[in-house]
Design a protein around this ligand. Structure first.
Ligand code: SAM
Length: 243
């Protein structure tokens, strides 16, 4: 595969990963924001780092066609299994990383990358350029990332991975994306588990042996969760268009 591969534990923890997606932003505030800016109905959509295909299948209910690009064969298996249970025929699976996507230039209306650790800062430039290549003039690119400065879920991530979600994470990322022509907004949403066992299962996948300690500090089953949505629009002449 071309580019850097960042494995995610959801590849081998199928149930916990499914719970994570069900419990994250259950009121779909992120989608309301994105599709408020650009309606998804009838569009050609690319989901980069599509994981198990949870969002690709959701988006295909409204979009014209969704391309789900994912490099991990264990995730690809999950996408195929999901599609077998889904009557929609407008999803194509691409075994591909962000840095090399087998789609033509100027083709896609909306690109989406959610919890895309491969879209960090400098390292991710080849992936950013590749996605921009594929976007039509006037098309939109959304990247969703955690805000570790705000909301309880992000704070647990910082407590367990202080070297990743360090004190300057927010500042560095927003500066990098601003330099790349993206605007950003913070979306305050929630992680809502149906019960403590589901919450514990998700934490065990995300935080391994640190999970019990983190769980003890959390009351109930709902955590505030703040996320950044970075947004870029390709200019009608193919250049970046900053809002
Ligand atoms: C945290 S998961 C998020 C998956 C999905 N977007 C979701 O919200 O459920 C990150 C995904 O990116 C994939 N990935 C890792 N390196 C990648 C790369 N270089 N290009 C594209 N995807 C990559 C992983 O295999 C994993 O499926």
């Amino acid at each position: 595969m071309k580019g850097k591969f960042y494995p995610y534990p959801g590849a081998t923890n199928l149930t916990a990963y499914a719970h994570l997606n069900d419990c994250t932003d259950p009121d779909q505030r992120l989608e309301r924001l994105m599709w408020g800016r650009v309606p998804i109905a009838g569009k050609l959509v690319l989901d980069v780092g599509a994981g198990s295909g949870f969002h690709a299948v959701r988006y295909a209910q409204k979009a014209n066609h969704v391309f789900a690009a994912e490099p991990d064969p264990r995730m690809l298996q999950q996408i195929y299994a999901r599609l077998c249970n889904n009557p929609l025929g407008n999803i194509s699976i691409l075994a591909a990383s962000a840095e090399s996507i087998p789609l033509p230039d100027n083709f896609i209306d909306i690109a989406h990358a959610r919890f895309a650790y491969f879209f960090g800062t400098e390292d991710c430039l080849p992936g950013l350029h590749e996605v921009r290549r594929i976007l039509k003039p006037g098309a939109h690119f959304f990247i969703i990332d955690v805000n570790p400065d705000r909301g309880l879920f992000g704070k647990t991530a910082r407590a367990v991975y202080p070297h990743v979600f360090h004190e300057k994470y927010h500042q560095e990322h927003t500066l990098f994306y601003r330099e790349q022509g993206f605007s950003h907004v913070n979306v305050d949403t929630v992680f809502r588990a149906p019960d403590r066992e589901v919450l514990a299962e998700v934490f065990r996948m995300e935080y391994q042996d640190k999970a019990p300690e983190i769980l003890k500090q959390i009351q109930g089953t709902e955590l505030s969760y703040s996320l950044f949505v970075y947004h870029w629009q390709k200019g009608n002449n193919g250049s970046a268009q900053v809002e």
